[in-house]
Design a protein around this ligand. Sequence first.
Ligand code: ZN
Ligand code: ZN
Length: 115
Amino acid sequence: MGKRYDDLDAKQKAVLDRAAFVLIQARDEADAILREVGIELPDNPFASPCQGTFDQDDLFTSPPHGDSDCACARYKGDGIRPCINTFVNPYGANFGAGVPRRKCGHLPGAHFRMD
Ligand SMILES: [Zn+2]
Ligand SMILES: [Zn+2]
């Protein structure tokens, strides 16, 4: 297992955010080009799921027990602000609003596996 995003210093994080977003955009573009001719790009490192974690103290957003890993499949956003993608959080409170979803909220670099 390689380094985690949270292990990096501020400068490394900033650089990784930029690099990861370049890769994410390249993948999205490649995806779009291939989809025009009916080809789906298989999963690859560009689309690695978010490696971020949630603060266990945040009762509204974290699972109450155990797993606090983010389940976001891919970064969505402008490359500067935190990810706006959402995913189903089976442990979350649903407040009567159906399937509990939560927002990723992690930066692009967190969506890149370094191993
Ligand atoms: Zn995300
Ligand atoms: Zn995330």
